[in-house]
Design a protein around this ligand. Sequence first.
Ligand SMILES: Cc1cc2nc3c(=O)[nH]c(=O)nc-3n(C[C@H](O)[C@H](O)[C@H](O)COP(=O)(O)OP(=O)(O)OC[C@H]3O[C@@H](n4cnc5c(N)ncnc54)[C@H](O)[C@@H]3O)c2cc1C
Length: 396
Amino acid sequence: MLKLVGTVKSIAVTASRRRTAAASFSTSLLFDETQIRFKEGLQQFVQEKIAPHADKIDKMDSFPEDVNLWKAMGDFDLHGLTAPGMQSGQRFDRSNVKLLKCSFKLTFTAEYGGLDVGYLYHCMAMEEISRGSASVGLSYGVHSNVCLNQLVRHGNAAQKAKYLQRLISGDHVGALSISEPNAVSDAVGIKCKADRVDGGYIINGNKMWGTNGGIADTLVVYAKTDVSAGSKGITAFIVEKGTPGFIAAQKLDKLGVRGSGTYELVFENCFVPTENILGEVGKGVYIMMSGLDLERIVFAAAPIGIMQACLDVVLPYVRQHEQFGRPIGEFQLMEGKFADMYVALQSSRSYVYSVARDCDNGNIVTKDCAGAILAAAERATQVWTKTQRNQPNIYS
Ligand SMILES: Cc1cc2nc3c(=O)[nH]c(=O)nc-3n(C[C@H](O)[C@H](O)[C@H](O)COP(=O)(O)OP(=O)(O)OC[C@H]3O[C@@H](n4cnc5c(N)ncnc54)[C@H](O)[C@@H]3O)c2cc1C
């Protein structure tokens, strides 16, 4: 954990992003001192380990081969932020800075290696990773929240013992598969079937848009164990890479978040043993829907990171680039645009982190988890459009 609280250096210049200075913003209203130190440690980690690869990740449409980002994030304790880490059930006291100065792994006996610090911290990690690379942010979010956190919330002791530690360390990669060609917003309309057989279930069907699907070691997969029961006939299964009958088919070519692999997944007579049922048979819809609330709030931090990255690029540029004998940032019309960008970022940030704090307090409000990601994603699209319109030279 020491790694997370290292002294902050000024954000490094990355040639690929043409950042010459960090855009700094008030976070003191949102975060306490411990959280600010966590954020600073994260910024340094991302600038050193992730941002330098961002351009190549986008161009090559894959993670770098010479460095294992999954392990790097695991070594930095980022995968298990909402996973148990203390055998006694003791929770990390977020207000105690002194604790952070100790190595967590020495202070506490880690059960699975998680930090159990909650959704606000998970959002902070999602924001900073996405600020360095939105593609890494998407893959990270699917691994650490959509897969790993579902195992934390619904796995039994044997499943947690089997899967969590390697997902938290980054030795294994996680994915989750709900969507099908004709079941996307209509998630409970899935057609993928799981038929009961001796010792388990046989899964048949096609899934689409599975983030990390082609590289994942552990996948949470939803299928209908009782087609006639509609949404009440859905069951969640844990499927392991290499299970006969499970194939990661085509990798989809995307316009954005390139490098985060999105796959079609095919199940052809794929046998999954009974011990791999996540939760209870027929109760998959509860796992799915409650997971979507938490997924939305964690993923709402990604557009925050994207907005911050836009300002990181824009502000130094408009201070340097001159027209009519003055830096373009001094023109009042331009200043108005930066004010809009700043307010879009800060208002989204306030909404997202206040909902995350509520989630940590056990107050998970579906409409606000959805509202936060709607607001942040729409503002990020506007901020990105303004960035592109006003600084076209950066992208030429
Ligand atoms: C990069 C990426 C990664 C993804 N990763 C995963 C993953 O890891 N696992 C997974 O299971 N899924 C994944 N998905 C799928 C994702 O969950 C869906 O894209 C999402 O549920 C939204 O569905 P849709 O808008 O794409 O499609 P659709 O539901 O087909 O919607 C298409 C359009 O119709 C509109 N629409 C749909 N229903 C209605 C309605 N009732 N009323 C009015 N308008 C409606 C939608 O708003 C949208 O504009 C991923 C998708 C992408 C793009």
